[in-house]
Design a protein around this ligand. Sequence first.
Ligand SMILES: CC(C)(COP(=O)(O)OP(=O)(O)OC[C@H]1O[C@@H](n2cnc3c(N)ncnc32)[C@H](O)[C@@H]1OP(=O)(O)O)[C@@H](O)C(=O)NCCC(=O)NCCS
Length: 175
Amino acid sequence: MKIREATIDDAENIRNVYLQAFDDSEAQMVSDFAVNLLKENHPVKIISLVAIENKEIVGHIAFSPVFLESTNENFGYILAPLAVSPEFQKNEIGSSLVKFGLDIISKLGSIIVFVYGDTQYYSRFGFKTGLASNFEPPYALQLPEGWHALKLNSGVSPEGGKIICVDSLSDPDLW
Ligand SMILES: CC(C)(COP(=O)(O)OP(=O)(O)OC[C@H]1O[C@@H](n2cnc3c(N)ncnc32)[C@H](O)[C@@H]1OP(=O)(O)O)[C@@H](O)C(=O)NCCC(=O)NCCS
């Protein structure tokens, strides 16, 4: 399995991973989100990675920058979305994508990474609800217990506040 940065040419293959991995109720919205992020031009780097098995895209992850609403300071990233094609799941592809992305973000010097998802899955990477609770997400969460954060670097970070995100994620239905 190989991981590389996604390009715009990967858009339809990435879309297919999400259409397969998510339930019908969410598949269209999440696949649109993944493709929108790939196309979004933002001054702060949006990270989009694909996992390749036998030349086929079997997994995708994206991380986009977050900003403190009060100062517009970019102090971290948010992990979303993530999917692995069903027939390739439980082979550590999802974990490898998460770790690969966190490594890139750590080297960029970014301090905090957020994720809105399942504690059982994301706690294995060190994501915790305690740190996240100091930061208000852009929209009210349907499942507040899914709001997690991970501190990557020892630099000074804001102690808390409301965060805002890139345009592709600025849609309450995605929260
Ligand atoms: C979540 C997902 C990306 C994991 O990919 P993967 O390549 O199978 O992940 P890994 O092989 O690294 O890890 C598999 C482990 O994750 C667990 N897992 C998978 N989905 C999970 C979920 N929604 N909640 C909790 N645990 C989950 C598996 O049970 C397995 O556990 P184990 O290690 O104890 O056996 C994949 O299952 C997927 O695409 N699911 C559908 C889309 C989705 O839910 N995306 C995440 C949104 S937060």
